[in-house]
Design a protein around this ligand. Structure first.
Ligand code: 26W
Length: 822
C-alpha cells in the first residue's frame, strides 16, 4: 500500500529524498546542475529543521505554564559545535538520512563536514555550557540558554612559519539555517548617563536612571534537542542593534551619517567574542557585552514570568538563574534594579528574590582571571548599578560585622569593593553575595575555593557551597564522534548507556575477552588511520597509525604546560641521537590549541612546538620512532576527530591550577589512558578508573604550596639534572631555532629564574612516567585491557549526571512532559 507522508515531517527514505530536493530548489534556489556542496548542506539542514519544529513548538507550549520551573543558563559563551550530525542523532534519524543522501548521489559525511561550526566560546567554559544544554534537553528539564550572538566567534587559527596567525571567523557568511530571529521579542537596554532621585506618588524615595544611550537586543533562537524525546529547548542569543529612535528623520534630521554611525556603534556590542580566557582585561566593550546580554535576558525572564501570571515575589519558584562564572554576574545588580526601580518592589523583598533565584559557578582559581572592574569605568557605563552595588555592600558588610564584630580585616577582604589608589568592583564577590548557591567544577577545585579564593565567603555562609563535578555529553562525544565504538558498546551491553552512562560498567566483563579486545583495538586503529589521513591533508605530514598517539589538545597556557610535554620530546630526541640503536615505543605527539592573541608566552609555545617538530620530523636518525605534529585551528569539529584516535591523553597542568578540565573526560571515554597530575577532575578520573589504569606523576597541590612557601628555586633542578640541563641549554643556544639563537630566550629565562608553574620541579617525575607509558604500550593486550576498563568506568563524567545534581541540589527543577505540537 502506498503511504503518503508530509514532506515536512515524514521520515521514510523516499520522503526525505523528496524533501531534500524540494528544499534545494525552493530554499536554496538551486538544482543539481548548479548546486554547491554548501547548497546541499543547507538543503539538508532545512530538511532536518522542518522535522524538529513540532517538538520545539510543543516544548515552548508545555514549558510556558504557571507551575513550571525553568532553568536559565546565563553564559557569555556557548561553544555548540556543528548542529547537523548532533540533531540527526537526537532525532534518531541518522540512518534514514544517510541512506536518503546516498540515494541522492551524495555523501552524508561530506555534507556534515560542510557546516561551519558556531565557535561562540573560548574553550572549557563555553563547551561545558553546550554539554549542559544537551543534557538539560535529554533529561526533559525546561531550560533556556541565554548569551550573545557574536557576529565573529573565536578566531580561526593559521600557522605561518610556525607562528599563530589569527583570521576573523565569519561563521554567518553563508547563513545559519539553525537559528530563527524573533524580532517581535526585542528588548531595550540602557547605558551610560546619570541617575536622579525623586519622590513617587506614594511618598517613597525612588531613583530613576536617565541613560546616555539605548541599544536594542534582538533574540535569535536555536533549538536544542533532547535525545530521542520530545523536548527541544532553546538557546536564545542576543544581537545588538540601534533603536528606531536613533534613526534618521525627526531625531537626526540632516545628520544621515551621524545616524548611521550611531547604528554601527550600537551593533559593535555583539560584534566579536573576546578571545582571551584567564588574564582579565578591563575593556569597556566587554562590560557592555556582559551587561547587554544579561539585561536582555532578565527582562525576557521577567516577561515570561508575568506572562504566565506569576507574581514577582515568586520569581524564584519559576526561575533558577545560573551564572556561568562571573561574566553574567552584573545580573545580580540588574535584577535588583528591575525589581526596585522598574517594578516598585521594596529592597528587602527584592534582595530575597534575587538571592533565591541566582546561583554561581566558579571556573577558575587563577587570581589574574578573577573579574574586577575599575569603579570609574563601571560608574560611567552603569551609574545606577554602581549605586545599587554600594547599597548591597553596605547592608552586606553590616551583616558581616554582626557575625564577626571588630574584624576589620575580614570586612576589607569581603567587601564588594576593592579599596586602594584605584578602586574596583569585585565580580566574584557580587556573585557570591547575591546567590544562594556557589559551586566549583571538580572536587579538588571546590575544596580549594573554600580554602583560598572564596574562603571568607565560605566562613560566612558555608551552606551555600557545594561541588558539581563537570561532565560531557556522551551523545556528541561518543555516539557522534566515535560511531564504531558506540556500535560495539551497544552490541555488547545494549544501548542504555547513551542515556545512562553508568551502564558502561558492564563492559568490565569484556576486559579480558580476546575477541572483544581485538575489536576494541581495531576501532582505535581505524580512528587513528582516519586522523592520519586528516593530518596528511592539513599539514602534509605522514605519520604512522601504528605508533602511540600521544595527544594534548586544549587552549595554550603556561599553567597547562604544553612546554613540559615538549621538554620530554626533546629528551627522547636526545636519547635517540646519543644511542641510534635505542629501541623505544614509536610515538606520534599531536598538539592542538589556540593562544590568546595578546599572550606572548603562549604564542611562543606554539612556535616552540613547531620548531621542535621541524627538527625532529626531518631527522633521519629518529625516523619511524618519533613524530611531532601541531594541528592548526583546534575546535569542536576537530575535537570530534581527535578524541577517538587518542591513546594517551595529556593532562599535565600544575596541581591546583586546572579547575576541572573536560577534554580529559572525552579522551577517557573514548579509550585513551591518561598521563596526568592530581589536578582538577583528573583526581576523580583516576579514582574511578583505578590507580593501576592511570599514569600519575608530579607534585600534589599541597606539595606545590609547600615548595613555593619554602622558596622554589628552579636553578637547583637545572643544575641537578644533566638530561634536563641539556634540554634547556639546547633551547637557549638555538638548536631548535637555527639562525635565531635567541628565539626561545624568554621561555628559557622564565623557566630557570621563576618557573611559576613548576615545570622543572615536575620534569623528572614526568619523564619517568612517560617512560612507563612507553613500556606499558609494548604489551598491547595489557594496554587494551586497561583501555577497556578505563572507558567502562567513566560513567560519572556524563553531563547528565552533573545536570541531575544541579537540578536536585541547586535549581529544584524537574522534568516536564512534552506533547508534539500539531
Ligand atoms: C575574564 C576572562 C576570562 C574568560 C574566560 C576568564 C576566565 C574564563 C574561563 C573561566 C576560562 C575557562 O574556560 N575555564 C575552564 O572552565 C572549564 C569548565 O568548567 C574547566 O573544565 C577548566 O578547567 C577551566 O579552565
Amino acid at each position: 500500500p502506498v503511504q503518503i507522508e508530509d514532506d515536512r515531517t515524514g521520515l521514510s527514505v523516499e520522503t526525505l529524498k523528496r524533501a531534500f530536493a524540494d528544499n534545494l530548489f525552493y530554499i536554496q534556489g538551486k538544482n543539481a546542475d548548479i548546486a554547491t556542496l554548501n547548497d546541499y548542506y543547507m538543503a539538508l539542514a532545512y530538511t532536518v529543521r522542518d522535522r524538529l519544529l513540532h517538538r520545539w513548538l510543543g516544548t515552548i507550549k508545555a514549558q510556558l505554564k504557571p507551575k513550571v520551573k525553568v532553568v536559565y543558563y546565563l553564559s557569555a559563551e556557548f561553544l555548540m559545535g556543528p548542529h547537523l550530525g548532533n540533531n540527526l542523532i537526537n532525532l534518531g534519524i541518522y540512518d534514514q538520512v544517510r541512506q536518503a543522501i546516498q540515494e541522492s548521489g551524495l555523501n552524508l559525511d561530506e555534507l556534515i563536514a560542510q557546516e561551519e561550526e558556531p565557535g561562540l566560546g573560548n574553550g572549557g567554559l563555553g563547551r561545558l555550557a553546550a554539554c549542559y544544554l544537551d543534557s538539560l534537553a535529554a533529561l526533559e528539564i525546561p531550560a533556556i540558554g541565554y548569551g550573545l550572538r557574536y557576529e565573529f566567534g573565536i578566531f580561526d587559527q593559521e600557522i605561518r612559519d610556525g607562528w599563530q596567525v589569527e583570521i576573523t571567523d565569519k561563521w554567518l557568511r553563508y547563513g545559519n539555517p539553525w537559528e530563527i530571529a524573533r524580532p517581535e521579542a526585542t528588548v531595550e537596554v540602557k547605558l551610560g548617563g546619570h541617575t536622579e532621585a525623586f519622590v513617587d506618588g506614594a511618598g517613597r524615595y525612588r531613583v530613576r536612571w536617565i541613560p546616555g544611550r539605548t541599544i536594542v537586543g534582538v533574540p535569535y533562537d536555536t533549538p536544542v534537542l533532547g535525545f530521542k524525546n520530545n523536548t527541544a529547548n532553546t538557546l536564545r542569543l542576543w544581537k545588538a542593534e540601534a533603536p528606531e529612535s536613533f534613526d534618521f528623520q525627526a531625531f537626526n534630521l540632516g545628520d544621515y551619517y551621524g545616524a548611521v554611525n550611531a547604528k554601527m556603534y550600537s551593533e559593535n556590542i555583539s560584534k566579536v567574542l573576546y578571545p582571551n580566557d584567564e588574564p582579565m582585561q578591563g575593556r569597556e566593550l566587554r562590560l557592555e557585552q556582559q551587561f547587554f546580554f544579561v539585561s536582555c535576558s532578565l527582562q525576557d525572564i521577567i516577561r515570561r514570568h508575568l506572562y504566565v501570571g506569576g507574581k514577582l515575589e515568586n520569581l524564584d519558584k519559576n526561575a533558577a538563574i545560573q551564572l556561568n562564572d562571573t561574566h553574567p554576574s552584573i545580573g545580580i545588580a540588574e535584577l535588583m534594579r528591575l525589581l526596585v526601580d522598574e517594578h516598585n518592589v521594596d529592597w528587602d523583598t527584592a534582595w530575597q528574590i534575587t538571592q533565591d533565584t541566582f546561583a554561581y559557578t566558579n571556573h577558575t582559581l587563577l587570581p589574574e582571571a578573577l573579574e574586577r572592574w575599575p569603579l570609574s569605568l563601571f560608574g560611567s557605563l552603569l551609574p545606577r548599578h554602581l549605586e545599587i552595588i554600594f547599597e548591597i555592600n553596605r547592608r552586606f558588610l553590616q551583616e558581616v560585622s554582626a557575625k564577626f564584630p571588630g574584624d576589620t580585616g575580614r570586612l576589607a577582604r569581603l567587601s564588594l569593593i576593592q579599596e586602594g589608589p584605584e578602586k574596583f568592583v569585585r565580580m566574584a564577590h557580587l556573585a557570591s553575595a547575591g546567590s544562594h548557591a556557589i559551586n566549583g567544577v571538580a572536587a579538588l577545585h571546590s575544596e580549594l575555593l573554600k580554602r583560598d579564593v572564596l574562603r571568607d565567603f565560605y566562613e560566612l555562609s558555608p551552606e551555600k557551597f557545594s561541588n558539581k563535578t563537570n561532565g560531557v555529553t556522551p551523545r556528541r562525544w561518543i555516539m557522534l564522534s566515535n560511531p564504531e565504538l558506540a556500535f560495539l558498546i551497544s552490541e555488547s551491553i545494549g544501548d542504555g548507556w547513551i542515556k545512562n552512562l553508568g551502564e558502561l560498567r558492564e563492559l568490565e566483563r569484556f576486559a579480558n575477552d580476546k575477541e572483544f579486545q581485538s575489536r576494541w583495538r581495531q576501532i582505535k586503529l581505524n580512528n587513528k588511520t582516519n586522523l592520519t589521513e586528516y593530518i596528511r591533508k592539513r599539514t602534509g605530514l605522514v605519520v604512522d597509525p601504528h605508533s602511540l598517539f600521544d595527544i594534548q589538545v586544549k587552549r595554550i597556557h603556561e599553567y597547562k604546560r604544553q612546554h613540559l610535554n615538549v621538554l620530554y620530546i626533546i629528551t627522547l630526541y636526545n636519547r635517540l641521537k646519543q644511542n641510534p640503536e635505542l629501541e623505544i615505543t614509536p610515538r606520534t605527539f599531536i598538539f592542538g590549541g589556540k593562544a590568546a592573541p595578546g599572550y606572548f608566552m603562549a604564542k611562543l609555545i606554539i612556535k616552540l612546538i613547531n620548531s621542535v617538530a621541524a627538527v625532529v620530523n626531518s631527522d633521519p636518525d629518529v625516523r619511524g620512532r618519533l613524530k611531532v605534529v601541531f594541528l592548526p585551528d583546534y575546535n569542536v569539529t576537530f575535537g570530534q576527530r581527535v578524541y577517538p584516535a587518542a591513546e594517551l591523553s595529556e593532562q599535565i597542568s600544575t596541581a591546583g591550577k586546572e579547575a576541572s578540565g573536560t577534554g580529559n573526560m572525552k579522551f577517557s571515554m573514548n579509550g585513551a589512558l591518561t598521563i596526568g597530575t592530581l589536578d582538577g577532575a583528573n583526581v576523580e578520573i583516576r579514582e574511578e578508573a583505578g590507580e593501576e589504569n592511570f599514569f600519575l606523576f608530579g607534585l600534589t597541590t599541597e606539595e606545590v604550596y609547600a615548595l613555593k612557601a619554602r622558596g622554589y628555586n628552579p636553578w637547583d633542578y637545572y643544575n641537578g639534572n644533566p638530561a634536563l640541563r641539556q634540554v634547556i641549554d639546547q633551547l637557549a643556544s638555538g638548536v631548535f631555532s637555527p639562525g635565531e639563537a635567541h628565539l626561545f630566550e624568554p621561555l628559557v629565562d622564565h623557566l630557570i629564574h621563576r618557573d611559576e608553574y613548576l615545570l622543572l620541579a615536575d620534569y623528572q617525575s614526568y619523564v619517568e612516567c612517560q617512560d612507563r607509558v612507553g613500556e606499558a604500550y609494548r604489551d598491547q593486550e595489557h594496554w587494551t585491557r586497561m583501555s577497556i576498563l578505563n572507558s567502562a568506568r567513566m560513567g560519572k563524567f556524563s553531563s547528565d549526571r552533573a545536570i541531575r545534581e544541579y537540578c536536585e541540589d541547586i535549581w529544584g527543577a524537574v522534568a516536564v512532559d512534552v506533547a508534539l505540537e500539531e
